[in-house]
Design a protein around this ligand. Sequence first.
Ligand code: ATP
Ligand code: MG
Length: 807
Amino acid sequence: MEGMIDLFQKIGLTEQRAKDTAKNKKLAPTLERTITEAGVQDGCDKNIGALLYTLASTLNKEATPHLPYLAQAVISGKLASTEQIAAAIEYVSNLRDSQINEQEFNQHCGVGVVITPEQVQHEVSQQIEQNKEKILSDRYRCLGITLSTIKQNPELKWANGAVVKDEVEKQFLALLGPKDERDQVVKGKKKEKKEKPSADKKASSAPVKKDPNSIFFEGELSRLHKPGGNKQIKDELMIEHLKATGGKVVTRFPPEPNGFLHIGHAKAININFGYAEAHNGICYLRYDDTNPEAEEEQYFISILETVKWLGFTPYKITYSSDYFQRLYELAVFMIQKDLAYVCYCTGEEIYAQRGGAEKGPRYECSHRNRPIEESLAEFEKMKQGQYKEGEAILRMKMNMQDGNPQFWDLVAYRILYTPHHRTGSEWCIYPTYDFTHCLVDSFENITHSLCTTEFTQSRPSYFWLCDAVEVYKPVQWEYGRLNVTNTVLSKRKVLELVELGHVHDWDDPRLFTLAAIRRRGVPPEAINIFVRELGVTTSKSTIDVARLDNHIRDHLNETVPRVMALLEPLKVTLTNLPGDYLEEITVPNKPRDPKLGEHIVPFTKTVYIDRSDFREQDSSDYFRLAPGKSVGLLHVKFPITCQDVVKDAAGNIVELICHYDNEGEFKKPKTYIQWVADSPAHNSPVKIDEIRLYEKLFFHANPQDKTAVPGGWLSDINPDSIQIHRGAILEVGIWDVIKRWYEQAVAKQHVDRIEDIRFQLIRIGYFCFDKDSQFNEEEFKKDPSKAFKSLILNRTVTLKEDSKKEN
Ligand code: ATP
Ligand code: MG
């Protein structure tokens, strides 16, 4: 102990730190070894000592065998910062069995890269210039995010962190001046401003725009091998592979066509297509169709449609079933190599063979050592249909002694008589996922087989099988699954919800299948930004659905037109206007944003307002309409004043008698409300048959949590997850929205579905058309205002996170 304390002090640790370190059972021996490997037992410069300490304290198991190399790299000055040490540890940890390649190591760790202060200055000012508007409005509040965005700039990867920070602070100061009261952090919730209907929420809460592709160059994804860097059992395999791909990155998105894709798949799609795209590579869409029992045509169609909708184009569409013949031949090859055997064990027998606490030790079955010739003949009989389902299987001869269950003689083939949607009854033996996945990856020359962490255990068996049949071996790498709160995603569970009638179909807007999300009006851009912003790590995550909602709002706020809408219309007669009075008022589609255009709304003697904008009982803090009181109508020149209230026999208010204050002195109204005029010539008002408002489908964040939901996930269903509102009316601007959408679609040469028509109903929320709306397609192209038999809207999201109560 004394000796250790002394040694640690020699490399510059303070006495106290040396003592504490010596007490640390894990760190002390590692640091001692690091010092020895570095050859500085007699002391060294304090800065070098600090780097050695960092190396020792961050060293992991995989990197430990490479400690001598790493310690020397510190001594020789190659690794001169904590960032470089972290990169070096990552590099060696991912080597697995291969050797350190000095050139690669240097490149990975930025050895010898010098970043001058001028470069830092240049990159920082560029970033600040690009986000100037945002910085000017958010001021010092966005210092942190700006700094972290700049740190992700690949040009500055090896820059000294402190220098970058100084530079950002310096440039903020130059741009904004010193901090003042605008920069004070407001504690607690911000007070909501009194609403002014025309005032649209500024998107000032949106983070500084980050390059959406940056996730592929950060963290673990940035450390994946380069094509050609994965070792093969035979060098020719790599030569052939590189000849086929030209050295490009090749990925695939491999869904099983047994259901609709969900929000989690959006992550998988973004990672696979995005990683390839970011590296100028290609990505396949591969239907993993090896189970004819679960697959249906509608799933195939929906999967492709969804991938395209998210904005991705597969390089090629393939099917695992394309390779049935080749897979079969490799299965025969394995039997010939004595690496597979035909087995008659049942599921229960196999389960028993796996051993365990109560089942005793693991054991091999009697078929395992049958002669090769016998297995070949039996496999042929399986293929010929001489066995019933479940009577015989082909198992791989792996290693029953291995600690990893993925080596306990996995099933490679099973018998199924259900016809396959593509190969019909050509086959009655079907390869399993374990047998198919890695081999098809190999056939397609996939460089990076990216999948979710439940396959981590399968990684070694994936490699084993490729090597066993002597084919090119891709690299598998796993990332964490994405889940969101208050829903279930698994296809099996969604199918159950559909079958039990809790939701109408796979695309019921209350679900989180991508088809459902689309039908609810969510723009694909918001989903892509959402999944990319979460980044890619190996940890599983359940993300609050509110976070997705915020992305949806941010995107819609910027992109969609506004339309006046009244959920509960109340008739208003403007007594001083003549019966044929007509003003055509030009209204911006989005206030203060001319690029979204404008449209015309008629203003006449009879208008409607929303019932909630009138009160019989006035009060001093109420600014909308009441008897004797004035209010402005959005975009209309003069205010109106309520003179009288008309009621029916039951005492319900049915009409307001008002005056249009277009003579005398102009008095600016305290507030403006929405309205829709009666004008049959303009087809106004537009009557809406149904507005569908959605709430969470499950009460709990995790309906599958047995402690929180002891009755099981189905007991957690919210019976009021959908509300249907009838009787609403809209202004005619909605036709303009449809026309514009249609013109744009024609210009893009791609007409989307009507649920892709999105808009804001002022003060109510963001909406789209539901596909249940009935319309005549031919008429639609000419004049949408005459095409609809029924109009049904879906609420995509409320305007604000807590505006639920408002409605
Ligand atoms: P589920 O079990 O949720 O129905 P799955 O895993 O069976 O889905 P597949 O069709 O096999 O779905 O998945 C295709 C690809 O998408 C796979 O690579 C899978 O790892 C990935 N994937 C599936 N679910 C998620 C998720 N929640 N997050 C990220 N990736 C996912
Ligand atoms: Mg699955």
